[in-house]
Design a protein around this ligand. Sequence first.
Ligand code: SF4
Ligand code: SF4
Ligand code: FES
Length: 354
Amino acid sequence: MEHFYLKVFRYDPTKDEQPYYKTYKLPVEKGMTVLAALFKVKETQDPSISFRYNCRAAICGSCSMKINGHGTLACKEQVTKLLEKYNTDTIVVEPIGNVKPLKDLIFDFDWLLEKFKQVKPWFIPKEPPPADGTEYRQDPYDHHKIDFASDCILCASCVSECNALKANKDYLSPFVLAKAYRFAADSRDGARRERLEAVLDHFNLEWCVRCWQCTTNCPKEVQPYESIIRLRIIAAEEGYKTPGERHAEIFEKDIKERGLLNEMLLPIRQEGVLGAVKRAPFGIKMFFKGKVNIADFFGGHKVKRHEEVEKIYEKAKEKEKEVKIRIPQILGVVYEDKRKTRKRANFLDKGGNE
Ligand code: SF4
Ligand code: SF4
Ligand code: FES
């Protein structure tokens, strides 16, 4: 292929009522990145086009944009590879998703930074610095737990296809939660509970719908989704009860005692009176759809042949111990960063002298 088309999202709020797309024809050049293609357009065809960049080496995070539907870094993506991957002659570039476009490919980052500040993304030491004037030291294994999450360059590519953020603009967003994990899991950190309280507020750990788009899109292998899972584990270890945990406990109690969930009282028991008031319109809709029974408000009824449910419950309890042992092992295997594990193994094999 000698030429390809770069289809660019254009929007200038000072003169355009609506965004539109403009397509530019460019020669295919070996090694050309999407950022280089945008420069070529700016220098040879249309100087009005606006985009952010700085390092051109996937380090600064400035050039994040949506390329053929996925948030990523324009300086990291090569044109020839994209044309081959998507089997097309056209590359579409747009601002990342879930954000407000300001001009062309430039988007508003301020509201993301406001979210970012909520988790205090800086080191708050739990002890004074070493008296001999040296730096805070950390065991290599403790550092290994956070080094993947430390690689974030704040590009916001993970925000682009986040389904939780799409549904709820108050959701802190994947990279903010990854940063909260990075500090909350730091063995030297003295503000773990403050950070956890910030992420537990507004159900941030609950809103994630586990779509894994953030981890898939992240150009630095930061693993935001896995960080969220780990934050949940840390929150549980610190004795916090997330709404999800409370939900599971209520569910278990109802199944044991009645054989079915009391949907009517669930919001009050899970989130208190205020939470239940917020959910009242949803509850009313459920009532009119026949999904809740008014009798449940007074305790509800047991299912028929409840004694059989009790037997299943007792069997499940017997198995619970085995599952509790296996879950941390499974998480360890699934969420371990293989690349970093190898790096750490080499480091320790060499007696820490790598
Ligand atoms: S896994 Fe969770 S945080 Fe990541 S993109 Fe999906 S909803 Fe957002
Ligand atoms: S987690 Fe990854 S995709 Fe998200 S801001 Fe950080 S580096 Fe970018
Ligand atoms: S220009 Fe710095 S990450 Fe692309």
